[in-house]
Ligand binder design. Sequence first.
Ligand SMILES: Nc1ncnc2c1ncn2[C@@H]1O[C@H](COP(=O)(O)OP(=O)(O)O)[C@@H](O)[C@H]1O
Ligand SMILES: [Mg+2]
Length: 256
Amino acid sequence: MALLEVRGLCARHGAVPVLHDVSFHVGRGEIVALLGGNGAGKTTVARCVSGLHRPSSGEVTLDGRDITRCDPRRIVRWGLSHVSEGRRVFPSLTVEENLTLGAYLDGRRTHVVAERREGVYRTFPRLAERRTQRAGSMSGGEQQMLVIGRGLMSAPALLVLDEPSAGLAPASVAALGEDIAAIRAGGTAVLLIEQHLQLALRLADRLVVLRDGHVILSGSTEEVAADPRIGRMYFGDGDSPDRVVPETRQAHSSPS
Ligand SMILES: Nc1ncnc2c1ncn2[C@@H]1O[C@H](COP(=O)(O)OP(=O)(O)O)[C@@H](O)[C@H]1O
Ligand SMILES: [Mg+2]
């Protein structure tokens, strides 16, 4: 049984349909990349699986349990942690305080929270060095590391990362890739939502490509990468991924 199973998901924003019959799954300990350009529907998928947006039809199961219309806090308890796009740290709080907030559902079990924090510090020693620093004073790459660390504080079986590379410098993207690989090596599955094709190709076991709310390609990374349609369908006619990725990033970037 898959860890996350999304079947026939349809969703609207107001009257506008934005997801059409989206199906894919994430196995235990797997990295699955959900790729697509701006407006493809990636964030809406993330919000549907984490209970923040109610789909109009379709089904989402986590570890065999139907979570389609569950309260987001219950979904967190059952093992799904969603790191939303935009790297939202609490800027005036320290690194340690930001991490602690990631375990708010376990807030009273202080020893559990402390153990989880130490686990995050082992995965991200840079955060340990900066535990008393205010989050707002860190670089974009460090803030991304912090929000991922905060996402790990609920001890998820599945981490959903919405465009973690957006706006990061190439060196920070490389470091992010190593961090995500380390998280998977620790047994946590990752749904990696990205526009950065190279990062996805490097990390993912399987790829799912969304365009205009439809899954247009999915399969093992090797299969999808070899499909000549990927450049055309994902990036628009006539563009090759290598040429288009940096421009796509620029158009989408936020300060790092
Ligand atoms: N809150 C919203 N209200 C209305 N339309 C929205 C809202 N959020 C997203 N959309 C629309 O839904 C579509 C998918 O958006 P989104 O899921 O954010 O895509 P992505 O994350 O791939 O950029 C887009 O056409 C976008 O304009
Ligand atoms: Mg998005």
